[in-house]
Design a protein. Sequence first.
Length: 543
Amino acid sequence: MIETGLTFLEHLLFLAWCGENETLGRRLLRPLSLSGLSDGEGDVRLEEALGKLDETTAEHPDLRFLFHLNVLSSFLVLSGSGPPGLRRFVSQRIERERFLPPASQDAKCWLSVPVAEALSSHAAVRWWILGWAPGSAAVLQMPLWAVALLDDDAKQAIEDAGRAARSLISNKAEGAFIAYPLCSREETHRIRGRSLALPLGMGFAALSDGNQPAHPMIVATGDLDSAGRVRRVNLLEIKASCFLEEIPGVGALIYPADNAEPRQCRLPETIPVSTLEEAIFIRRLYRPGKAFRIAEFRRMLSDPAAFVAGCGNLDPDWLRWSVTHGRHKKIETALLSSQKLFEDLIRRVQTALKDWNLELASALCAVLDPAAVQMASPAFPLAAFRWFVLNLALANHEGDIERADDFVARAAVLLEQIEEAFPDAAAEYFAYRMVAAHNRYRFEPKIPPDLARTLARLEKGYASIRSPGGKGFDLPLGSLYGTIGQNFAFCGPAYLGEALKWFARARVALGEGTVPDYDGEWMRQLHYAVFAYLDAGNAIAAE
């Protein structure tokens, strides 16, 4: 458990005054959370409590070392967001160079990581503080006092964790990992073994890739080689139970797939992994109760058919993360090589837009790079055209006018191939193109030539299904009529009659009163007419 707040700090002061140095030392082995204190009275009390603790521990060098190390570590992990009293105490009373290696001066981000250490039938959690210093040529830096605490296996494990993490990050800029345990300087070589490698490797990767771990209540134990392969550890059951006892609220344990599942552990979820990459993937996306779904998602990223079949039920944040980190490339390549898969994805996006699930639609659209779709369009121009139109519709819904203009232009390149054979698809394009123009407050009181051509083709097809003097149902044509009517209505009162004419045409084409399933479509035209009348100042007609 991470101890928190000013009240706990005053509890430490009470222990110091009572001479309970052993208990105080145990409390200081856990990071303190000193955020959330105001600049007023709480901040003053914080600085006073820190000062009194400093004075009280002055006669006990090892205890004072641990106290200063803990406060400095808490300050670093807060990344500059701590209260002013904490900043003043650190700058005035703590010699950073005594505790940290040289590269720490340039470190930009820090985090704390729990590591389970076990011996025989006993285990305990030791907290490690990790940092990332961009620009340093070294892979790993540790303060000399911390190096003295490690046996050879532990030293090598930390170095291997750093190399494995560096091999996975997308940004290959130079930088050093910083690592040290939150503990006193007593007893050399007391930190033993390699099971700290996996949790530290996960922490290193999170720092160097610019992402803090997504969920603080997922822990890990496991050996790790420099190539990122996760290896088995001893005493897994004991370590798992230790996490549960010492970190209340922990939700899941990541452990080596080479180990048997820790069945005696009462943790809600246990997740086996074979590589550091897999562990990072799971930790970054973890949600309580979703471990199985995350593992399934990872498999889907290797199976394009399974991805397309199940992507409509995925967490949009997972999809965005996979795109940001380039995990979607196999999916993108497969989709743009298979018309069937591409069309299946189009249907998933259409469903998301129809349901107004814009988060999912946006995340799915991000899976395909527009430039890559453009390059693949000669193989299946209709699918590419429909994809651009869907993206245009999404951009309109989101109010992203720059992105909308981009997809207007991309679809326009394919329009000539599409409009004659597939006028319905062209109609959808023109409707969304007008909406994009309306979002820029551009209203044209005329029908452009390319739209006129598509209208003529649609009306010819509609005439073949419409009974003489009666109605027929044509959703693409009716929807386009309605959008044209809106365009004229936006042009001002002088174009009211023209707008009403198009709304009337839309109601007929949408089967006014004859297709109950689509009553909402033709009735929407009456709504448009109301606003057109109101805009023209004719409240009676609107009523």
